[in-house]
Write a protein of this length. Structure first.
Length: 195
């Protein structure tokens, strides 16, 4: 029993990491607090790094953990900390569009499963069409530095622009809130909380 479990430990861990990544992704969609959503995203990215590591793509697993979890998520958590989470907009319940969204998601996954089921060839033709080449670290580095470096840099510029836009929205909404009676009440509440 133990020998069988140890022989199939890689497969078991792969399924476990994949299930945990899926659970983290679902939690990102349903959690209402922004900081908990960020923590769910961090856990999803860590588990995806584990999946990549178990599949033998250790360089991509290291990139996943170091770049996405280590750098991008710290940046996003910093942006979330700049938000005013005491705002009532963060505490409201789900939209009216939750049920149509769930129905569309179920239809999407049904269409995806049907497409995958139709696309899987039988085992005889699969062995004949298997490619002998592998994609290693050197090929990845050449492709990344020659073809995809601009995409990577544009993504970082896009993240900076998103944070600047979020700060501008916060500043505009704070200015509008200070002029409205609701804004005056929230200022009184924050003064009362401080004092």
């Amino acid at each position: 029993m133990i020998e069988t479990l140890l022989a199939n430990l890689d497969t078991l861990l792969l399924y476990l990491f994949a299930a945990c990544a899926l659970i983290g992704a679902v939690l990102m969609l349903i959690l209402p607090q922004p900081m908990r959503v960020a923590l769910a995203l961090i856990s999803t990215m860590v588990f995806l790094g584990g999946v990549y590591g178990l599949l033998g793509v250790h360089f991509i697993a290291a990139f996943q953990v170091l770049i996405y979890v280590g750098a991008v998520m710290v940046f996003m958590v910093y942006a979330i900390m700049l938000l005013d989470v005491r705002d009532a907009a963060y505490k409201r319940t789900y939209s009216k569009l939750v049920m149509p969204g769930i129905a569309a998601g179920v239809l999407f996954f049904a269409a995806l499963a049907f497409g995958l089921w139709k696309a899987i060839p039988d085992s005889g033709s699969l062995a004949a069409t298997a490619a002998p080449g592998t994609f290693g670290l050197q090929q990845f580095a050449v492709a990344f530095l020659n073809e995809y470096w601009l995409h990577f840099e544009l993504t970082s510029v896009l993240l900076v622009a998103a944070v600047v836009a979020a700060l501008a929205v916060i500043k505009v909404s704070a200015a509008r809130g200070a002029q409205s009676p609701l804004g005056a009440r929230t200022e009184e509440n924050s003064r009362r909380d401080r004092g």
